[in-house]
Design a protein. Sequence first.
Length: 493
Amino acid sequence: MICSFFVCYFICSVEASAILCAWLIFRKKFWNRYQGQGRLFFWILLAAFLSFPIGIISARTKEDSVLYQQSRLLTNSSEEIIGGESFVTVSSPVASETGVHKPALPNLVQLLEIVSYIWILGVFASLIFEGIGCFFFRRKIRRWGKMADSDVIKNVMNKVSHDENVGRVLNVLILKDLPSPCLAGLLRPFVLLPRENYSTEEARLIIKHELTHYRKKHLWIKTLFLLARSLHWFNPLIYWTWQYADADMENCCDEIMLAGESMHSRKKYMETLLGTIEGHKVSNYIITYTRKNLIKERFAHIQNFDHKRRCSSLICMMVVMIVLGNILVGCGVNKMEKSRERQIVTQLSSFINDFNGTIAEEASINLEQYISNSNLKRFSERMIEYEKKQEAENLNAINYGANNIFKNATCSKLSGDVYYVTLQFEYDGSGMKGQFLVELKRGKVDILDFYFGMPDGFDTITTGHLAERKLENPDLWNDNKWVASVFEKMPKD
């Protein structure tokens, strides 16, 4: 399951990198022509795509089922037609002279699983790192922050909150070594100021700016940005370009709060910003803006954003690209899922060939390679012994052999890496349909349960008739009471 998630996010990262490369090429020529609100929406769409690809939902919530039709295994190799695609599998004898099973497919799945676990560890490490930073920042505020005592700040906060219909009056705290005013606190937001001695006009502009962030839920958007960066920690392009997303968030806020303000107020606002920026490193958990290399662009935007275009065409293009990207992600995950299903069917085919070949004394099976559960393994040994005796006395209703013909297989995901598989097979004109409950572990199939279901077959006698025998419990063979009842029903020698 982790592999599918990693592949999905990796494809998303590659597609986002292509979008960002195009954006970097045309940024200076086209990007500054548009208003900040549309530009921020571009980043929100991109972050949502990176964090919650639709391909994951469509690929993981449904029980994928692929019909394998008219497949055939020959003595050494064969080409199976599965869902319109073909691949080569190795049929029995698939065991070496020592009885060790050789996987029919390469071990790329094992490598992919290792990389997937490294990715998920990196995601957790990134989130933990951000969480630790947030914890220490909050502790610093509790230790050194103090409630604002200035009547100017209190009065301005009350008035602006009322004028902007904020709905509540946020607390204002003073933290002296703060690089600039900011909004902090995701669930219980508050305004942080580096000092109290602001004029009424300066306090009005600063507080109005921070309340605009609060009204527009920018802290939640910033959290979405942080999640996207953590999920794609391996992509330096996403990390590097996200400073521009923060810049466009500030540009959006400037546009909203300065709409209708005179040029004098805008200049006063820029002077206030310039006076508060100290150039220190700022936490990811607050809304502020201190990158000096982008301050010039921000000031230019404040002066002329009224004359810039809305981003309707840009947003439409972005939506189209995201939709196409999600389709590609879904196709990529589904293709990987089909590859896993082909691998499962290939290894089960080898199991049936080895199992039936052992009964016919044409092969030798090593059950360790297919089954890890000791109870199921012991049951399989007893079943092989019983069917061997039946075969020696010519009492079996079907013909057993090591080179079976396979067709009409289905593979359905139940949960995680557990699959329910049916596989029809024939040998020398007779055959049956096998049912399997398997788990795919590091590219290797582990059989959790199986049932062939012949009317007078060993498994029917001991585990129950087809009407009551359901393969849906991965832990069935760990139920000692049920296992004991199965072994009590076994035919006596």
